[in-house]
Write a protein that binds this ligand. Structure first.
Ligand code: PXP
Length: 244
């Protein structure tokens, strides 16, 4: 079975907010983009409701929940406001991501080790509500081990350092080894493994050739960027072809 593609539509909302911030309407519409992604074969839609509402708005999340047919992955901080919204909207899965500096590890992912009890409490609340949980972490052994203690079913490995290192063969190898080790350990500990951040039409194939156990990739910026040239349907299809 091929690896699944979740399309992150935040940057569609980024463009809308650049012109229509605070207006409650405007183009382009991230929900329309999500539906077009699904029509082209995307397996899920990812949206990050930030505490500063920089791109996705509350109304987008509600409309996505109503209209999309695939899975809704709500990325959010582990904050009371976001937890309440998730419990109301009931996405299929939430991905806990860091937003405040103290929640971030040196890898740029969520500091699960330093926030173990708060994250575990949120995992429990989500799982009781029938919502799956993923934790966005760097490929750090301690973070993976901590993630396995929280009750979360998934981790999403942060591929940002790999994407940054892509042009430097030596650095790229280091990052690939770390991601592969993280994925291997997560699998051994019973976690399912997603990955994302900074993936594009060039580096994704290399990632797939080296990292075992991947279930889903969450990709946003490169797909939305490519859609300016070829349209969103074609941009999604090209990425799906890579995943196959
Ligand atoms: N996964 C997570 C947890 C993210 O925060 C982001 C960025 O919002 C992505 C995936 C997608 O990253 P990109 O837009 O670079 O593809």
């Amino acid at each position: 079975m091929s690896i699944k593609l979740g399309v992150n539509i935040d940057h569609v909302a980024t463009i809308r907010e650049a012109r229509y911030r605070g207006r409650g309407f405007g183009e382009p519409d991230p929900v329309a983009a999500a539906l077009a992604c699904e029509e082209s074969g995307a397996h899920g839609i990812t949206a990050h409701l930030r505490e500063d509402r920089r791109h996705i708005q509350d109304r987008d999340v509600r409309a996505l929940r109503e209209k999309i047919q695939t899975r809704l992955n709500l990325e959010m901080a582990n904050a009371p406001e976001m937890i309440d919204i998730a419990l109301q909207v009931k996405p299929d899965i939430v991905c806990l991501v860091p937003e405040k500096r103290e929640e971030v590890t040196t890898e740029g992912g969520l500091d699960v080790v330093g926030n173990l009890s708060a994250i575990s409490r949120t995992c429990q609340r989500m799982i009781e509500a029938g919502i799956e949980v993923s934790l966005f972490i760097g490929p750090d052994i301690e973070q993976v081990e901590a993630a396995a203690k929280t009750g979360a079913q998934f981790i999403e490995l942060h591929t940002g350092a790999f994407a940054e290192a892509f042009g430097d063969n030596e650095a790229r190898e280091v990052e690939l080894k770390r991601l592969a080790a993280g994925a291997e350990l997560a699998n051994q500990l019973g976690l399912q493994v997603n990955a994302g951040h900074g993936l594009n039409y060039e580096n994704t194939l290399v990632l797939l050739q080296h990292i075992p156990h991947l279930v889903e990739l969450n990709i946003g910026h490169s797909i939305i960027s490519r859609s300016l040239s070829v349209g969103i349907a074609q941009a999604v299809k090209e990425m799906l072809a890579i995943l196959r």
